[in-house]
Design a protein. Structure first.
Length: 160
């Protein structure tokens, strides 16, 4: 729970950008350091430039969905686990056929090949060895699988 977002006490805190200091604090708590961060060239290689491979397109679309918060989209929804698809529908980032679900399959095989091609294999290996990522991935997959066909879980609002 110490890594979970704080409860919003003011409306302007909703979709508030994390900011570099809090991002660095969160990264440190997760065991991440600067040596694991992709440089601009490595990131561009990961997401590709047109024409993109299918894997690059999947990473690009997922990253767009996970970063569509305040300042990066007209409708900030990522902090709610939502995005707007090409048809204009609001969907969960882990709804059936959502790119972020498709990334799961890439993480368990093709990502290492991409890391080699893009020159960040050592960064990727440090990420796997120095953070809880290897423990989190199977739990995430299991959670998503247990809530098929979508991983949207109904919640109760206080007072409703």
């Amino acid at each position: 729970m110490r890594l979970a977002p704080r409860r919003a006490r003011r409306p302007e805190q909703i979709n508030e950008p994390l900011g570099p200091a809090r991002a660095a604090q969160l990264a440190h708590a997760l065991g991440m350091d600067e040596s694991m961060i992709l440089n601009e060239q490595q990131y561009r290689c990961l997401i590709g430039t047109p024409p993109k491979t299918e894997d690059q397109q999947t990473f690009y679309r997922c990253i767009q969905q996970l970063t569509n918060s305040k300042g990066n989209a007209a409708i900030p929804l990522s902090s709610y686990g939502l995005y707007v698809n090409e048809q204009g529908d609001v969907r969960s980032v882990c709804a059936p056929n959502a790119p972020c679900l498709d990334v799961n399959a890439l993480l368990v095989g093709p990502f290492e090949k991409i890391a080699i091609q893009c020159g960040f294999l050592q960064k990727f290996l440090r990420l796997l060895n120095q953070t809880p990522l290897l423990r989190l991935i199977p739990s995430g997959f299991a959670c998503q699988d247990s809530h098929k066909p979508t991983c949207i879980i109904e919640t109760n609002c206080i007072g409703k």
